[in-house]
Write a protein that binds this ligand. Structure first.
Ligand code: ZN
Ligand code: ZN
Length: 309
């Protein structure tokens, strides 16, 4: 058994323990990840790459490289970590064309001021989000570009869409490059028609699978925080993400990165197990219609190829 397989088996075993300690029903023995291909934190289609440099409540940053265009969505980790993440792809901070921000929560903007200080690129977001970020970025007002409904940036067309979350005016993003459609939808309380439309026919979809509802309800979070996460302006559960994947139309194979996973109220194996179960009931075949990958809090952890770099 390789190192990566051992890691996977340990994670699969941890599911039962996590759910038992949370007072949940035991996950069936089928909840193993060993037969799920292509685990990792990146997805490619043609000359498009989507890489989650980090994903979760401690920090988020997604790197998109499409032809000659390179952008970030969110800068919730340190500028140094972003720089190190980009190195994997031979990209430097100054080769980024823009940074797009989804909303003002710290886990999405923590590294933004330093990133803007060290680069010359514009930052796109809604006016309400920019104002809510506030003093952290007051020295960079001239770099702020208010999001239009649609914009073209070199080889990319970018379309923001509204999401329901407890922030000033949060958005997700759809990016088009040639025939490739890429959508990022994290930090959302429920799947609105706009989110459905943004996810439909995506070649690459970054989708929140934040928590297992039973683990959350039986877990360590105080009641009010549980209600916030479960609410319409909170976060998307594994089951809600799975139902979206089961319902949306696709071109063929859709590459899905499950993202913004809670470290307290979810596990990698449990989110995969839930999504696989719902998908199999819907008739979609994992590995054929949908390729699932896991975005991790520390983007360098990759289970696919045995590399722990
Ligand atoms: Zn977040
Ligand atoms: Zn948030």
């Amino acid at each position: 058994m390789t190192d990566s397989e051992q890691q996977l088996q340990a994670l699969a075993l941890s599911v039962g323990q996590a759910r038992q300690s949370a007072g949940c029903a035991t996950v069936p023995a089928a909840a193993t990840m060993l037969d799920i291909p292509n685990l990792g934190d990146e997805a490619r289609q043609g000359d498009c790459l989507v890489s989650m440099l980090a994903s979760g409540s401690k920090g988020n940053a997604a790197f998109f490289q499409c032809g000659n265009t390179r952008v970030l969505i969110d800068a919730g980790i340190s500028c140094r970590r972003i720089e190190n993440g980009l190195k994997r792809y031979g990209c430097t901070l100054n080769e980024l064309d823009a940074v797009f921000i989804t909303h003002e929560h710290t886990d999405h903007v923590n590294g933004l001021a330093t990133l803007l200080k060290r680069t010359h690129m514009p930052v796109y977001t809604t006016l309400e989000t920019w104002q809510a970020i506030g003093r952290k970025v007051e020295d960079f007002t001239e770099r702020f570009v208010r999001l239009p409904r649609r914009l073209v940036l070199k080889d990319l067309q970018v379309e923001p869409f509204s999401i329901s979350h407890d922030a000033a005016r949060p958005v997700g993003y759809t990016l088009y490059h040639g025939n490739c459609k890429m959508t990022l939808a994290t930090d959302l309380g429920f799947v609105s028609p706009e989110v459905m439309q943004a996810a439909s026919y995506a070649d690459i979809l970054v989708l929140e699978a934040n928590h297992d509802e039973e683990m959350l309800k039986n877990g360590p979070y105080p009641y009010r925080l549980q209600q916030r996460i479960l609410g319409a302006r909170g976060h998307l559960s594994n089951t809600a993400a799975a139902k979206l994947l089961a319902a949306i139309p696709s071109k063929g194979m859709m590459r899905v990165l499950l993202a913004h996973r809670s470290e307290k109220n979810n596990t990698p194996a449990l989110s995969l197990h839930t999504v696989r179960s719902v998908l199999s009931r819907s008739g979609k075949v994992v590995g054929q219609d949908i390729v699932l990958r896991l975005a991790c809090q520390h983007g360098q952890v990759r289970f696919q190829d045995g590399g722990n770099t």
